[in-house]
Design a protein around this ligand. Structure first.
Ligand SMILES: [Zn+2]
Length: 690
């Protein structure tokens, strides 16, 4: 440990020099890099400007993003409202209609800011206050709470939302982790396994034969191949990819990794991987496998090494059997801290070997998180593990926001700089941006502000995301992880030129990976040029609705160094808009407004969510919940008879109302006398209806 601390002390001194050694060569432009580092230094304390700059920065791909956790949560609430989904007002768990007991229609959340907020807090880590173990639990529970909204019917919307978000952040590639119906297969084929069996190659390959012959396996595989094709096609239609105003998401190439659920029995995990390898053969969109759900779950721990062995067997079978397409392996490993593990010697020992065995036994090409590496003392120890990761060219998918929220790791407590110092390739990833409320730009900002990463290193992290992607074909670069010399076929070409030499055109056409890397190099050059002349910036302000009975919102926006701006919302303000302006829009429901502008440096985008200002509804439902003896039964019909906006409660024969003459709240009880109980502002504050 002492050695590592010493190493850490020199990281900051060396980081700049090490990565600057290649500055003169192709792929690194010293002048532009210095310019951008100066710019970053000058705005490092201004989070708005820093975010603007890093939004514009081309960031390659996101290699670690779970589809179900990546979708914007305001959108999920909106889809639930559209689909008539119910939500429980005690647990905030969504369920399919009809609504029963304490459930109400999700649609109510869009016109009740309190309910909307409570749902958002239950479904995300927004404003979460609690211990680390509570945060951990809250995070994993959230997926079950909103799961009912994300049916197959919303698969197209989900992909469109994720691609659009990536495009607006100047990314061009995403690898999404998804079950892709593997759970249907694992449930149906669980019968082929007995718990006491010894796992070895012969046993597993024999089980594989049974699984792939199972009728459920065959039908699920067939329908999923079609589903994926349709989802990609439909998402691109939703994004207007063949229209004159395509969404930035149209620039983003998607691929999928089949994620097996490690909380299940080992036999079911194996079945999911068998299915994954067949899906890789059948669908060009599926490129690899992964392993998801809490790493500290009792099944995850119990079967860890069995599952690494199983993956080794399947992977070897796949990649040595002629005519089969390569299946890639990325594994969640080392997303652990002592407090989430059993407080026993055996439990704590789990900290010491997960990354090592993921690469040593299962031959993982990438590791998700790798946060506990400084505890990985098994085998020849920590330094040997760093060396092995470097020598085997294993990339670490670093998820800073996720590790902070779920593992309490931040700044110097996170091993990011250890990986960099030991020349282990790293890239930044979002993990679950819908639940964590981050985006890829957040991760790049954190790398600068919390880890002192310099721009040239940051740029290579973006490049690493494509170099280590599971796209087919060879790399644009001669040497892995050194981004200064392109292959001979393209060495005479300039990414900024519109025409390519015949050899380069041919190379990019036959190598998907090189083609997307070429696209990134072009974006980087444009971004670095624009950094001298002006980054595209956007601001968007949405006024909240000023009075309780008005239903409009005023939007003001500005941009700089932009050539076009596009608006998108769930309620009508959409399409091409001027580069700056102001507009009054009708708004009856909680709405998220998004403005995306495009310029020389790429896209920049801002969103603003405006909650409905339905204080009357909010106040009355607060009164119903807190004073049932005065206001019952609960009844959601609000009536307007000027000057009053009011609600009548049959059970208590009472009224609650707000007068537009004096903006005071009135109460009329069973005795018929009308009482002025004070100003609306005070009551709204008291009821939490802002
Ligand atoms: Zn993950």
């Amino acid at each position: 440990m002492k050695l590592l601390i010493k190493i850490f002390a020199v990281v900051f001194i060396n980081l700049y020099a090490i990565n600057f050694a290649s500055a003169e060569s192709w792929g690194h432009h010293e002048k532009s890099e210095i310019q951008i580092m100066k710019l970053i230094k000058s705005i490092s304390k201004d989070s708005v400007q820093l975010t603007n700059l890093l939004t514009s920065m081309p960031k390659g791909g996101d290699l670690h993003s779970h589809t179900s956790g990546a979708v914007n949560m305001e959108k999920i609430i909106h889809w639930g409202a559209e689909d008539g989904v119910c939500v429980d007002t005690a647990t905030y768990t969504a369920s399919l209609p009809p609504c029963k007991g304490s459930q109400v229609s999700m649609a109510q959340a869009e016109s009740d800011p309190n309910l909307f907020n409570n749902v958002l807090m239950a479904w995300t880590m927004a404003d979460f206050a609690g211990t680390l173990s509570n945060a951990h639990q809250h995070f994993f529970d959230s997926f079950n709470k909103f799961g009912a909204v994300l049916s197959n019917a919303r698969a197209d919307d989900e992909l469109a939302d994720i691609l659009s978000a990536a495009g607006r952040q100047n990314q061009i590639y995403v690898e999404l982790l998804q079950g892709l119906n593997s759970s249907a297969v694992s449930s149906a084929t669980a019968k082929y396994f007995s718990s006491g069996d010894t796992w070895n190659e012969a046993y597993l390959l024999q089980k594989r034969n049974l699984i792939i012959a199972d009728p459920v396996f065959i039908s699920t595989l067939k329908s999923t191949v079609t589903d994926i094709d349709n989802t990609v096609t439909n998402a691109r239609i939703m994004l207007g990819c063949n229209t004159a105003t395509p969404d930035p998401g149209c620039n983003v190439e998607p691929r999928f990794l089949v994620s097996a659920n490690r909380t299940k029995d080992r036999g079911q995990v194996f079945s999911q991987w068998v299915y994954a390898y067949e899906l890789i053969q059948a669908s060009p969109w599926v490129v690899g496998v992964n392993l998801v759900s809490p790493e500290e779950d009792s099944n995850s721990l119990l079967y860890y090494n069995d599952e690494m062995t199983a993956l080794d067997v399947l992977n070897r079978f796949n990649n040595t059997t002629q005519g089969r397409r390569k299946g890639h392996v990325s594994l969640h490993a080392g997303e652990l801290i002592p407090s989430v593990l059993p407080q026993t010697p055996a439990g704590q020992q789990q900290l010491s070997f997960h990354i090592r065995n993921a690469i040593g036994i299962a031959h993982a090409e990438r590791i998700g998180h790798g946060a506990d590496i400084l505890n990985e003392i098994s085998g020849a120890g920590i330094q040997d593990l760093f060396n092995t990761l470097h020598n085997q060219n294993v990339l670490i998918e670093i998820c800073l926001s996720s590790n902070q929220a779920l593992l309490g790791m931040k700044g110097n407590n996170h091993p990011l700089n250890y990986y960099i110092y030991n020349s282990v390739p790293v890239t930044l990833a979002t993990d679950d941006q819908g639940v964590l409320r981050n985006d890829i730009t957040t991760e790049y900002v954190k790398a600068i502000t919390e880890h002192q990463i310099k721009y040239p290193v940051l740029k290579d992290m973006a490049r690493a995301s494509l170099e280590h992607s599971f796209l087919t074909g060879s790399s644009l670069w001669v040497q892995a992880n050194v981004y200064d010399q392109p292959v001979a076929d393209c060495s005479g070409d300039n990414p900024l030129n519109s025409s390519l030499s015949a050899s380069c055109a041919q190379y990019l056409q036959t190598n998907q990976r090189a083609a997307i890397q070429w696209k990134l190099e072009k974006q980087i050059l444009q971004f670095e040029l624009a950094a001298n002349t002006g980054i595209t910036t956007v601001s968007l302000n949405a006024s909240s609705i000023p009075a309780y009975n008005q239903t409009t919102t005023t939007l003001n926006w500005e941009s700089s160094n932009a050539s076009s701006c596009q608006a998108s919302t769930t309620n009508g303000w959409s399409g091409q808009v001027p580069l700056s302006g102001s507009i009054v829009v009708n708004q009856k429901l909680t709405t998220t407004y998004t403005l995306t502008c495009n310029g020389n440096s790429g896209y920049n985008s801002r969103s603003a969510t405006v909650f409905v200002n339905d204080p009357a509804g909010c106040l009355f439902s607060w009164a119903e919940n807190n004073y049932p003896l005065l206001f019952s039964p609960t009844n959601y019909i609000i009536r307007v008879t000027p000057p009053y906006t009011y609600q009548y409660f049959k059970g208590t024969n009472s009224y609650a109302g707000i007068s537009s003459v004096d903006n005071d709240v009135y109460y009329k009880g069973a005795d018929g006398s009308l009482q002025d109980v004070g100003g609306i502002a005070d009551w709204l504050f008291k009821a939490g209806c802002h």
